[in-house]
Design a protein around this ligand. Sequence first.
Ligand code: FAD
Length: 346
Amino acid sequence: MKFNISYMIYMSSPASIRPYLTMHIGGTVNKIEHIQQKEDLIRLLESYGDTLFILGGGSNTLFSDIHHDLTIGKIDIPGINTVHENTDTITLEIGTGVSWDQLVAHAVRHGYQGIEALSAIPGSVGATPIQNVGAYGSEIRDVLVHVHVYDRDKKEFTDIQNKDCSFGYRDSLFKHIPGRFVVTSITLTLKKMNPTDQTPIPSYKGVTEKLSEKGIETPSLSDIRNTIIEIRKTKLPDPKLIPNSGSFFKNPRLSKEAGVRFIQQFPKAPYFIEPDGLYKIPAGWLLEQTGFKGFPGPVGTYEHNALVVINRGGNFHDLTTLVTKIQNAIKEKYNIMLEIEPNIIM
Ligand SMILES: Cc1cc2nc3c(=O)[nH]c(=O)nc-3n(C[C@H](O)[C@H](O)[C@H](O)COP(=O)(O)OP(=O)(O)OC[C@H]3O[C@@H](n4cnc5c(N)ncnc54)[C@H](O)[C@@H]3O)c2cc1C
């Protein structure tokens, strides 16, 4: 009897969310459950209903320090399967628990081109369509065919085609109706590299410079992947060593009028004109110019990249204090309100 009571107490004690988040900040949740197949998801939804919160690798999610009346459904669905193949392309269906970078490594190893520029992005395959992950000119939307989801409102599995995902810069349909769709697999089409094919080189100065430094004129997919991994190591701390969530703020995108005004006022500011005519200003530059590179404190910014907020042993209050300070300073100096990239569960 005694054993049973202590067992029940053990089973119902809250679980810390911190070990599941790369920022290592956050309070507790009711329980952590693992989803290895679609049936697990249905079972957990029956048990926990709306309180089931879906999590991948936790590299883009922050929780406040309170107790959250939520059960975490950690997506661990495995599998990389070929659904279609011809001489030029291959279509893969990938379980959303697969680590994104493992998938990139798999693609590069097999000579499948299209996601090599997205090397070394932490987290799961399942989260990539949520914010339309991107780096070095590539985004998941460039190769995604469809996502297979469970629609929690309609209580059914369905496919959502790329064109219906409303992808934008670090944005998608899924961000606007959070929690409704649980992605259980994604389907991508990649190009099969033939021996005579030239690997596309991301048109980023850093990448081309690094390749020429290494004396590589016609890079292979592995050369692109390795070069990007090397560059990222200099800019982004390993969350296992220094807890962080990657770039903390989105790059602001200004209308043409506002962009022109901004450049006239701050002629030294770097900017990119996007295909839709918007002016993208690097948020990292704004932070650096405002004195936030290597900002000290229990939660501060990385010494090599002002855009990365790092946790040196602080809590959620330290985080929000810093973020508000940064947002206010940038607003005052540049009249730009920085938008936060990670998802925050208050
Ligand atoms: C060092 C570092 C570098 C980074 N670099 C980049 C970069 O270059 N480009 C970039 O875009 N991002 C980058 N990120 C951010 C992050 O890695 C990506 O957004 C990644 O896709 C998040 O994956 P995750 O599994 O950790 O997501 P999580 O944090 O677990 O989840 C993110 C959101 O997606 C939801 N979600 C997760 N899985 C599912 C699912 N299967 N179905 C439905 N909803 C789901 C969660 O509920 C949450 O709202 C970086 C982060 C770090 C720490």
